[in-house]
Design a binder for this molecule. Structure first.
Ligand code: FES
Length: 566
């Protein structure tokens, strides 16, 4: 091997010993120890990012998917090499999987640029894994195909269907209200997630799979295939073959993730009635390419994008219904006049070329434009004295009667305070109050958990209260529902006005005016600000890096140093 040899396959990114030929000689000799023939070692290399883990139930099919990707790569003439990366399992991580999304993105980016691969298939699925992989691909900017594990199937149970995690929350709320017994909640626990795959509703994982398809990083029609369906393996095989093709005819993430495709993804998020978390993730992915998502623009898009998909948590269907109904090809066709059709995907073709009239659409789950679930989009941004840089409300999952509310607030200083007092029979709270949780944003040790779905105080739940206005600087699961204001920015720990709110203050929410205001006079707020102290800093490790670098929700909660500036 000489200096003139093409720097592809194993010849890419050789270790820096000061003698490139020697470094390559060493690498090839070690690679031979794995039993590859010379002919195999001469082929272009497709990396396969493996996020399987015994801690990650959603990803338990990844070994099968890797085998299928390898089939596709080998048949197309490449050498497939799988490598492990962080596995982010939503229910298995403390304090939250969100706290580790950026760590996974950093690690994956480093491995994409450090290891000798010409292209990559990224296998993810559970909530934060796909955002992390897309952030990494956007930064590394090597040819990349996103593959998702796919959604789980819903389980028939005593005349209804159950799936994580909207039904988990629905039954848990009934259990708290005393209308479901301990025995029944125990039975249901074993029926909520019975197959491999990501949550079976339009939660964050499903939303991100659809947005990855809308962005163009997943081939059209592949995002919603159920985890256990044979088509999921065929999609994996295709992803492998496509990754080989991308080596000779590259289409880079920087060509795919553009202003146009990001706006298409925003339209899709709104039409899905998708997860609010996806807005943070899309902002972070776009930020890796220097693209800013403006919340004012989000409101303009929301007012002109109907909700067309009728799935839980806001509707009745599950992801398997969405897929069988036509999936993203049908939804994008329905939205086509609102989309930037020049946007290309990982196959190098424009949306205009890819979209064709679907032969069949099940209108129970994907509505026609003339008969939307809602004439306007699922998410709106709010601004005002309580949220100078914005906050988010998923209006499609909220109670319209609460959209215009001015009320007294009951404040919890943090998660521990909320846990200690929310069910206290002596808590001074009525159904007309607003519940406020502060100190739970990205800067806090809580790691911006999905705690924005504050439980209804049990004495109110037992009295039949189903929804109240709730507000916080944290997030909400994409599978949750209620009149819930999220991502208040700046967060309390960053010195935002939220940190100054006290029980008994009044707050005004107006969805019509897109406003969120704290009705406390300026002098009183100044008095409180003089007494406010910032939270203690973490002293070491990842927690310290997060506290020094993490951006606020309106900037995607990425680490500042990882964004592409300009
Ligand atoms: Fe993995 Fe819901 S727990 S997607």
């Amino acid at each position: 091997m000489t200096q003139d040899a093409p720097k592809r396959g194993l010849a890419r990114n050789v270790a820096n010993y000061g003698d490139r030929d020697f470094a390559l000689y060493l690498r090839r000799s070690f690679a031979k120890s794995m039993g590859y023939s010379q002919a195999m070692l001469d082929k272009p290399v497709v990396g396969i990012a493996d996020t399987g883990s015994d801690f990650n139930n959603c990803h338990r099919t990844i070994p099968d998917l890797i085998e299928a990707v390898k089939r596709g790569v080998l048949a197309a003439g490449g050498l497939p090499l799988a490598f492990p990366t962080l596995s982010l399992s939503e229910p298995s991580l403390f304090p939250t999987s969100m706290h580790y999304r950026n760590l996974s993105a950093m690690e994956t980016e480093a491995l994409l640029t450090a290891q000798p691969m010409d292209s990559v298939v990224l296998i993810g699925g559970c909530d934060k894994s796909v955002p992390a992989q897309l952030m990494a691909a956007a930064s590394a900017d090597i040819p990349a195909v996103q593959l998702v594990v796919g959604p789980m199937l819903a389980t028939p149970f005593q005349g209804e269907r159950l799936s994580a995690c909207t039904d988990c929350r629905r039954y848990w709320a009934q259990y708290r209200a005393g209308t479901v017994t301990a025995e029944r909640i125990g039975q249901i626990e074993g029926r909520l997630a019975t197959t491999a795959g990501t949550c079976g509703v339009m939660g964050t994982a499903s939303t991100m799979a659809c947005l990855a398809e809308a962005l163009g990083m997943i081939p059209l029609g592949h995002g919603s295939i159920p985890a256990v369906h044979a088509d999921r393996l065929r999609a994996a095989e295709e992803a492998g073959a496509l990754a080989v093709k991308l080596i000779t005819a590259p289409v880079l993430p920087s060509q795919i993730i553009t202003e146009a495709s990001v706006e298409n993804a925003l339209r899709v998020l709104l039409a899905l009635g998708g997860s609010t978390n996806a807005l943070i993730h899309l902002t972070a992915i776009a930020g890796r390419r220097g693209i800013k998502i403006d919340l004012g623009r989000l409101n303009a898009l929301s007012d002109s994008t109907p909700v067309l998909v009728d799935l839980k948590p806001t509707g009745e269907g599950y992801m398997e219904d969405f897929h069988a109904a036509g999936g993203m090809p049908a939804l994008l066709w329905e939205l086509r006049d609102l989309l930037h059709l020049e946007a290309i995907d990982v196959t190098g073709t424009s949306l205009r070329e890819r979209l064709v009239a679907p032969a069949f659409v099940d209108r129970r789950y994907i509505r026609a434009r003339g008969e939307p679930v809602s004439p306007v989009g699922g998410i709106v941004a709010l601004f005002g004295s309580l949220a100078p840089r914005g906050a988010i409300l998923k209006r499609s999952a909220a109670t319209a009667a609460l959209f215009e509310t001015e009320a007294r607030v009951v404040v919890f200083d943090g998660l521990e305070d909320m846990a200690a007092r929310i069910d206290d029979p002596a808590l001074d709270v009525t159904k007309d109050d607003i519940l406020v949780l502060k100190n739970a944003g990205a800067l806090t040790p809580a790691g911006m958990p999905e705690a924005g779905y504050l439980p209804i105080p049990s004495k109110l739940a037992r009295a039949g209260v189903k929804d109240m206005v709730r507000m916080s600087d944290c997030r909400m699961s994409g599978t949750a529902f209620g009149t819930i204001v999220l991502h208040i920015t700046p967060e309390a720990a960053a010195g935002g006005p939220l940190g100054l709110v006290e029980s008994g203050d009044r707050v005004r929410l107006s969805v019509a005016k897109r406003s969120l205001d704290l009705l406390v006079d300026a002098a009183e707020l100044e008095r409180r600000r003089a007494q406010w102290t910032p939270p203690a800093k973490a002293t070491r490790g990842w927690d310290r890096l997060v506290q020094e670098q993490v951006l606020q929700a309106d900037e995607g909660c990425d680490l500042a140093m990882l964004r592409l500036e300009g």
